[in-house]
Design a binder for this molecule. Structure first.
Ligand SMILES: Cc1ncc(COP(=O)(O)O)c(C=O)c1O
Length: 338
């Protein structure tokens, strides 16, 4: 693999793994005969919902923070993120004993803002639009001299997220296919490079919600497309690819599976009811993809047998979880007066 032109390679991912090993969990892999028979495949679920901070994001954040030199680290780190990256960065910064300034749009899910605060991050509110988020972050960078750590379009982050694939293939060497969610593309890029360096024949697929399908559109047109508006329940999957993640996704991710929100909700229910695991919408999309008719009917993907699915996160607000997973029961209950 000629990989020098990309932001990460197997050396940077292996190095990241060695650096973050003392801080991250080696997350477990679950399986279920029931889900296997529903999919007609053998499925393995890598439970990054049990990662520290509740999502794989802690891997990239730890790699970024622990690779800063003392002088850089002393001034702290800044990011703008509405979700799991923000909490992960706050936690990694706490472990290193440095400040984390997190710009969070006012509309971010409550449980995710609480996570940032719980880990000692300083929350700075902004408007929801990207311009306000960037301006607020730039002001902070200027005032504090801290280092900006983006959520996905960053070499340190991509390498850190790639460590998921090293662990997964070590735990289940017979995997012939991996399915990961895609948004900014940090996870998909790192996993695709890591997995294909270990096993060049492995198939790496990314799952993306229909209402935020910029990666699918970019792959189809061969150029980076970003969306002005998105509409999906998966709050972690609304961002677009960047100039570092796009070339990797273009060249190493085999295909994108587009998933409807109702399929994501059904997959969240299966996770809870069958596996007894609470997964957030963005984290359940891989299971939704493999159970979809689109996947089952695709002639190219038919030969995938041992499929690894990354459950990327479990940070879901309980109220939101109940409203998304049980809307029918709720309205039926109201109608029947129960
Ligand atoms: C739970 C979860 N899964 C997947 C993703 C997508 O990751 P990436 O932006 O690296 O594509 C995110 C991003 O926030 C996330 O929070």
């Amino acid at each position: 693999m000629e990989d020098k032109k990309y932001a990460a390679d197997i050396e940077s991912i292996t190095k990241a793994h060695a650096l973050i090993k003392p801080y991250v969990h080696r997350t477990p892999v679950l399986s279920s005969e029931t889900l296997n028979s529903m999919a007609g495949k053998t499925l393995f679920f890598k439970c990054e919902c049990f990662q520290k901070g509740g999502a794989f994001k802690f891997r990239g954040a730890s790699n970024a923070i622990f690779s800063l030199d003392e002088e850089q680290a002393a001034k702290g780190v800044v990011t703008h993120s509405s979700g799991n990256h923000a909490a992960a960065l706050a936690l990694a910064a706490k472990l290193r004993g440095i400040p984390a300034y997190v710009v969070v749009p006012k509309t971010a899910p409550k449980c995710k803002i609480e996570n940032v605060k719980r880990y000692g991050g300083q929350v700075i509110p902004s408007e929801t639009n990207m311009q306000s988020r960037q301006e607020t972050a730039n002001k902070l960078l200027h005032e504090t001299g801290a280092v900006l750590i983006p959520s996905s379009n960053d070499a340190r982050i991509i390498s850190g997220q790639g460590t998921v694939s090293l662990e997964f293939l070590d735990q289940v060497p017979q995997l012939d296919t991996l399915i990961v969610p895609i948004s900014g593309g940090g996870l998909a890029s790192g996993v695709a490079i890591g997995a294909k360096s270990i096993n060049p024949a492995i198939r790496v697929l990314a799952a993306e919600p229909k209402g935020a399908d910029d990666a699918a559109q970019s792959k189809a047109s061969g150029r980076l497309i970003t969306l002005r508006q998105t509409n999906t329940i998966a709050d972690g999957l609304r961002a677009s690819l960047g100039d570092l993640t796009w070339p990797i996704v273009r060249d190493f991710v085999d295909d994108i599976i587009i998933v409807e929100d109702k399929e994501i909700i059904q997959a969240m229910r299966y996770c809870y009811e069958i596996l007894k695991v609470a997964i957030e919408p963005s984290g359940a999309i891989g299971l939704a993809a493999v159970l979809s008719d689109k996947f089952k009917q695709n002639p190219v993907w038919k030969d995938s047998r041992n499929i690894g699915i990354v459950f990327s996160g479990g940070n879901v607000d309980l109220g939101c979880y109940a409203r998304s997973c049980f809307p029918l029961e709720e309205s039926n209950d109201k109608k029947s007066g129960s």
